[in-house]
Design a protein around this ligand. Structure first.
Ligand code: ZN
Length: 355
């Protein structure tokens, strides 16, 4: 959206409400967003992803181990667009909020799937816990939104960060509780919590939340002044740039990079760019203190063919090196650490498209 001191346009986009299909609305929409992938292009990407992963998995891989690799919790988007002003990538039309939450709540993965996920991701979570600890500069009490099997809760505990979980998925939350963690089953919107925390971490679901803006406002309310909000998201700018290379000679490399980072087919509601997330957090009373460019956590497990696991490590190793030199905006995923500013400014509307 375009905005300066003298004027401002706010585009209100209510989830689930269809815009009229008249030519004026179409012309206005074209000015604020451009199409990255239409329905056919999205379908092609999802097929490419399917081929990519089936080639890399043992033929006898049980279907439940395919979850989040080729069988997404969410239906693929009909159309993916990008905001012309801030670069935010999002689905248009959007899903209704209750459809989204429903998809996650209902899943009941088997215990061995959850245990395998916990083990595979622990190393990455240790690095994330370390980064959060460094920004915070001390131990403290925190909450992780989207704690799932509790991998981050375990990593945080090793650093004397006392983090509890909040997750809509009952099966995963019960699994985490059995490991000795305090986990509330529910979402940020309905969590009526009066305590305040030193840290709020949203590592896994910020891009999937029905209303990320509202989530930041709630997170702010949960933080003490000086408290840290840590967010990890897929990089919408990275996806937008690389998907243009999905044909021709660059196709195999671009496919591998996007697929190993779970960006092919864009299975997210929002793909924030660094600029879009910075703007959202600053508008809502945060000061950005640190960003970190990263790849998707490792996904190879015992069902992955050996060469494919080597390939995954190589691709992610190169991408991490590129991010280290070129900055987080060059990475497929990035983390942003923001401190709650002491003065509570009035919250103004920016990018009405979010939420
Ligand atoms: Zn925008």
């Amino acid at each position: 959206m375009a905005a300066d001191e003298s004027w401002q346009i706010v585009l209100v986009d209510l989830p689930g409400v269809q815009r009229p299909r008249d030519s004026l609305t179409k012309r206005m929409q074209r000015r604020v967003e451009h199409e990255l992938a239409d329905a056919d292009a999205v379908r092609t990407e999802v097929e490419m992803l399917w081929q990519f992963h089936t080639r890399r998995l043992h033929p006898r891989t049980p279907p439940e181990h395919l979850t989040d690799r080729v069988a997404f919790s969410q239906r693929p988007p009909l159309r993916v667009v990008q905001c012309c002003a801030c670069g935010l990538v999002y689905r248009n039309p959007r899903e209704r909020a209750h459809e989204l939450v429903g998809a996650y709540e209902g899943e009941a993965p088997a215990d061995d799937v959850l245990a395998s996920l916990f083990e595979t991701q622990l190393g990455s979570y240790r690095a994330q816990a370390r980064r959060l600890y460094d920004v915070l500069g001390r131990g403290g009490a925190g909450i992780e939104v989207g704690s799932y099997v509790g991998g981050f809760l375990a990593a945080a505990r090793e650093l004397r960060l006392d983090v509890e979980g909040l997750d809509v998925n009952e099966t995963a939350s019960v699994f985490a509780r059995r490991k000795g963690f305090r986990v509330t089953i529910g979402d940020l919107e309905s969590w009526n919590e009066k305590r305040s925390f030193d840290a709020v971490a949203i590592w896994n679901c910020f891009d999937q939340l029905p209303d990320p803006r509202r989530a930041v406002i709630i997170a702010r309310g949960l933080l003490r002044p000086g408290g840290v909000l840590a967010i990890r998201v897929p990089n919408g700018g990275f996806y937008a740039a690389l998907r243009q290379r999905l044909s021709g000679t660059t196709a195999p490399v671009a496919t591998a990079i996007l697929a190993h980072n779970n960006l092919l087919g864009f299975p997210y509601r929002h793909g924030f760019t660094m600029g879009a997330l910075t703007r959202l957090l600053e508008t809502l009373g945060f000061e950005i203190v640190s960003t970190y460019g990263d790849t998707l956590v490792p996904i190879a497990d015992r069902w992955t063919r050996r060469w494919a696991a080597v390939e995954e490590r190589a691709v992610k190793g190169v991408l991490k090196a590129v991010a280290k030199v070129g900055g987080a905006q060059r990475a497929p995923w990035f983390e942003m650490y923001a401190v709650k500013a002491a003065d509570a400014n009035g919250v103004t509307g920016v990018h009405g498209g979010i939420g």
